[in-house]
Design a protein around this ligand. Structure first.
Ligand code: CO
Length: 682
């Protein structure tokens, strides 16, 4: 490794003509998938990938990762883009470099295990549209979840890269579960499955440099398959870890272009290229070409995304990753979830509870979707458990995990929790031990029928199967049955310019032009009113000189926002208290009010005035997946009434009382805020 070339370069800028190394490190670029997923919430649009695509194709990357993970979800949900189309578009520009995708085994690109027919069709379609390397992982490292997709990948003649998720229970590799033997055994399993390469997937940046050296060296000694390292920067160790892995003989390393690097993303490619110049592992890359790509990214692309950067901290290193081993994406989810619940101050409780939940759930690695499963359940425990009861609100996904639907956990799940979770579980109370795919029914035919009249395209059917609610919405836009809202429109450089101008004005204190008129002195008879608009609260004073009311000032108060009340109460004195403040409103509402009383605008808080009874309120903000009951159905206390998706996990909300469903206030796909009345039981 330390051998330097005898041939000196002609000048400091002569990167191009240096001699080729004996064993160059190969590089896979992640900018167009993990890079923008880590830094910009996967919001990168295809149109912003095109300007650099041909230049990227010239660098000499071993592969470019362009798809999978959260992109499939985000594209149709937030960007109104067809994920399949991205592959076809980018393939026109990348003529030489293989395309890589991240595939969640039997989870495909969703959050649960799907039927074998779905997994099979998905791989075939992905291969057909241009994927060459299928980086396949399973959150539990249960490789039985690879069986279906691997057979399909091999049938398509594509590269099967088997991942081992890197996890720890202590600060360094070792201990009872995640020790060197664990990883070597997993590598042998992948070898038996005819993996074309093995990737160590260090999604939280937990791998210490000397552990990387030990692990990669042992893997190289024990297997002939190329070894690939994927290590996130989050904790700050990854550049050192990369270098030690290179010294230990790693074959391929994952990096990003520098403007998409660091923070929760990956180390940048440029410093690695420079560090290895003149060594036996020199990448051979042209630094000038890399620099040119960065100019385009900085000027034409990043201005549109920089607002998505988490700039709440100056430090680009997340110390929590070292302390709590929480992957970056999971941490931001937890923060968002707590913020929406007005419970950010309980973060320390979440940190304390998380290791317990993880241990109860079988010491599983924390990677999508297990990071979300463990994270959301932890937040639920912190917010809803009390002294009397543990695991009061168990998510549907935790129930599935306890049933064995995700596969075999590293150590057995707590039997107490398992029993509680499976009480009344629809698939049965006895957990399975077989390959999960065996118990999941085929799903495509059902989806095909449900989409009849809209589309019969297999790509659409797959999208809908993976994301029934948001997928359906997207297909309605795609086939022009509905108009997409403006919020799905791309942000243009024009928009950025306007926003920057407003920001500059605000900084200069010239945003609000002062009225030239001086306000008159407040009269003796000024009356003050509290005015509520949606969630905002204003105090307005009204003075009546000569009988003419004049609004003398209006300002948002410093006090915390009052609960939202309906617009009818707008401009009324405070005595008209919001019905939302009452637990069960003795309704003064007119009797003729229709049950499907819906506001024309997007739903926010809504009064429970349409029917008398006990309201079922949303315990957290989220999206309605479905109602298990209809108006007129009778329910017993505890029956599941609504499935609410929060932070991608489904929560079954039980009836708070016996009775009949009197009113249902939302429909599948609606977003709701905390405390919104979802239905009334009378
Ligand atoms: Co990653």
């Amino acid at each position: 490794m330390s051998d330097h070339f005898k041939v000196k370069m002609q000048s400091i800028n002569d990167y191009k003509n240096r001699p080729k190394a004996d064993n160059p490190v190969k590089i896979q670029d992640l900018t167009l998938r993990d890079g923008h997923e880590s830094l910009f919430a996967s919001r990168g649009r295809t149109e912003d990938m095109i300007p650099i695509a041909e230049m990227m194709d010239e660098v000499g990357f071993w592969g470019v990762e362009v798809w999978g993970g959260a992109t499939f979800d985000t594209m149709h949900r937030f960007l109104n883009e067809d994920p399949w189309q991205r592959l076809r578009t980018l393939k026109r520009y990348f003529k030489k470099t293989p395309f890589s995708m991240l595939l969640r085994g039997q989870n495909v690109v969703g959050y649960r295990n799907y039927g074998d027919d779905v997994a099979l069709a998905f791989v075939e379609k992905a291969a057909e549209n241009g994927i060459d390397i299928f980086r396949t992982f399973d959150a539990l490292n249960d490789f039985r979840n690879f069986e279906t997709v691997v057979a399909a990948i091999k049938d398509c003649g594509k590269h099967f890269q088997g991942c081992i998720c890197y996890s720890l229970t202590e600060p360094r590799m070792g201990g009872d579960v995640y020790n060197l033997d664990y990883y070597l055994d997993k590598a042998k399993d992948l070898e038996k499955m005819q993996a074309d390469s093995i990737c160590i997937k260090d999604m939280a940046g937990l791998m210490a440099p000397y552990d990387a050296f030990e692990l990669i060296k042992a893997l190289k000694e024990n297997t002939d398959i190329p070894i690939h390292l994927h290590s996130h920067f989050t904790s700050g160790m990854a550049p050192m870890t990369h270098l030690k892995a290179v010294e230990a003989g790693v074959d391929v390393i994952d990096t990003c272009m520098s403007s998409y690097a660091y923070r929760t993303s990956h180390p940048a490619v440029e410093p690695l290229v420079m560090s290895l110049i003149g060594t036996s592992r020199d990448t051979g890359f042209d630094m000038k070409k890399l620099a040119e790509i960065n100019v385009v990214l900085e000027k034409e692309v990043l201005p549109k995304y920089k607002h998505l950067l988490d700039d709440s901290k100056v430090s680009i290193i997340d110390i929590n990753a070292l302390l709590h081993q929480i992957p970056g994406g999971m941490l931001s989810n937890l923060v968002n979830q707590l913020r929406e619940m007005d419970a950010l101050d309980r973060m320390d409780e979440v940190f304390a509870e998380l290791p317990r939940v993880r241990r109860d759930l079988g010491q599983i690695p924390l990677v999508t979707p297990t990071s979300q499963i463990v994270g959301t359940q932890t937040v639920n425990n912190v917010l809803f458990d009390d002294g009397d009861e543990d695991y009061k609100m168990i998510t549907a996904q935790v129930k599935d995990l306890c049933y064995g639907l995700y596969g075999k956990t590293a150590v057995p799940i707590s039997s107490k929790l398992q029993k509680k979770a499976l009480k009344g579980y629809e698939r049965g109370t006895k957990p399975i031990t077989c390959r999960p795919g065996e118990v999941v029914e085929p799903e495509l035919e059902k989806a095909r029928n449900e989409l009849k009249g809209l589309t019969s395209d297999l790509e659409d059917i797959l999208l809908y199967t993976l994301y029934p609610v948001t997928g359906k919405k997207f297909l309605m836009y795609k086939y022009e049955k509905e108009t997409p809202p403006d919020s799905l429109r791309p942000r243009t450089l024009e928009d950025v310019k306007k926003a920057d101008e407003i920001l500059a004005k605000a900084k200069a204190g010239t945003l609000v032009e002062k009225s030239s008129k001086d306000a008159p002195a407040k009269g003796k008879h000024t009356r003050t009113f509290n005015v509520f608009i949606e969630d905002e609260y204003f105090e307005v004073s009204v003075d009546e000189p000569g009988g003419q009311p004049i609004i003398t000032y209006a300002q948002p108060p410093v006090a915390p926002a009052a609960p939202a009340i309906p617009s009818q109460a707008l401009a009324a004195p405070r005595v008209a208290v919001s019905p939302a403040l009452r637990p069960a409103p003795p309704s003064p509402a007119p009797k003729q009010s229709t049950p499907s009383h819906k506001p024309a605008t997007a739903p926010s808080s809504k009064p429970a005035a349409a029917a008398e009874g006990t309201p079922l309120t949303a315990p957290m903000p989220g999206m309605i997946v479905s109602y298990a009951k209809e108006v007129g159905d009778s329910v017993a206390k505890g029956d599941s009434v609504v499935i609410l998706e929060a932070m991608k996990m489904e929560n079954s909300l039980p009836a708070p009382a016996n009775g009949t469903i009197k009113a249902i206030n939302y429909k599948s796909g609606d977003s709701v805020s905390k405390n919104d009345v979802l239905c009334i039981i009378g």
